[in-house]
Design a protein. Structure first.
Length: 277
């Protein structure tokens, strides 16, 4: 296959990955890494490096829009980013020395978990009594709705902080935003309203990915020939997805996509167990 043909196919694949990730909320990384490893037989570490760089680009664009709308809890995001950034550097360092087949098995497991999280019932948690730590750290906030500002309070701050450390490790290890785990930490542990948890998670993904990408860059696992088409394709797909989102039945789409992703995840786990990476 010529370099031009490879680049064009990769660009198209990345576009579709960004489109699917944007419409379902899973992010392009969960599609682009299996595409590169299973479709192009690219080393999983190079695939992770490219996915991390793409995450920085896509997160920056969408996060700024949510910040302008006043939905993102910036203070909460920066507080939790301490945990995810440290975790991301640890995860990326582990990935350098961990066998690729083990990474593939872990990736498949996390992918199935992310798919399940996508279709689970969402909660708003507007009646939570906040903890002392949340008040002292000034993490409670509000977000705009059609009926005016909705105020919310947070609880179990340090439980959420601990879960964010694990999310950071997985992000650095696997090259995906670990948005599902971040949302779970904020939703289940800290009782953050779903709209706030998803937008705050999106705000955090870029910073977490940047911390991980530094380690991959130092080790030479970010190849411009792979990374640039992935960035352009994922950005284009995510932009298209954002425009199509209001006109599509996202609930049905998420179920279909979650099933497809689970099949891909099982394939990666099978190949990982059989040392095919």
């Amino acid at each position: 296959m010529s370099i031009l043909a490879f680049t064009l196919i990769l660009l198209l694949g990345a576009y579709l990955a960004g489109l699917a990730g944007s419409l379902t909320g899973l992010g392009g990384g969960v599609v682009i890494i299996p595409l590169l490893t299973l479709g192009f037989n690219i080393d999983i570490r190079y695939a992770i490096g490219s996915a991390l760089v793409a995450s920085i680009a896509t997160s920056s664009g969408s996060a700024s829009a949510y910040v302008k709308e006043g939905i993102t809890n910036m203070r909460l995001g920066m507080f939790l980013e301490i945990a995810t950034t440290i975790g991301a550097v640890i995860g990326a360092t582990i990935a350098i020395y961990m066998p690729t087949n083990v990474i593939a098995v872990i990736f498949g497991t996390v992918l199935i978990f992310s798919a399940v999280m996508t279709i689970r019932k969402k909660h708003d948690h507007n009646d939570v009594i906040g903890s002392v730590a949340a008040r002292k750290l000034k993490l409670n906030g509000s977000y705009p709705t059609a009926d005016g500002q909705v105020h919310y309070q947070l609880t179990n701050v340090f439980g959420g902080f601990s879960m964010m450390s694990l999310a950071g490790v997985l992000s650095g290890l696997l090259g995906i935003g670990s948005g599902a785990l971040k949302v779970l930490a904020m939703d289940a542990a800290m009782r953050v309203p779903f709209k706030v948890s998803t937008t705050t998670s999106n705000f955090m993904i870029g910073v977490t990915a940047a911390a991980s990408a530094v380690v991959y860059l130092q080790r030479g696992y970010i190849d411009p020939g792979i990374a640039f088409p992935v960035i352009i394709g994922v950005l284009g797909g995510a932009t298209t997805g954002a425009k199509l989102l209001p006109r599509m039945n996202v609930k049905v789409l998420r179920i279909i996509f979650s099933v497809a992703i689970s099949i891909v995840a099982l394939n990666m786990m099978y190949n990982g167990f059989n040392n095919k990476f």
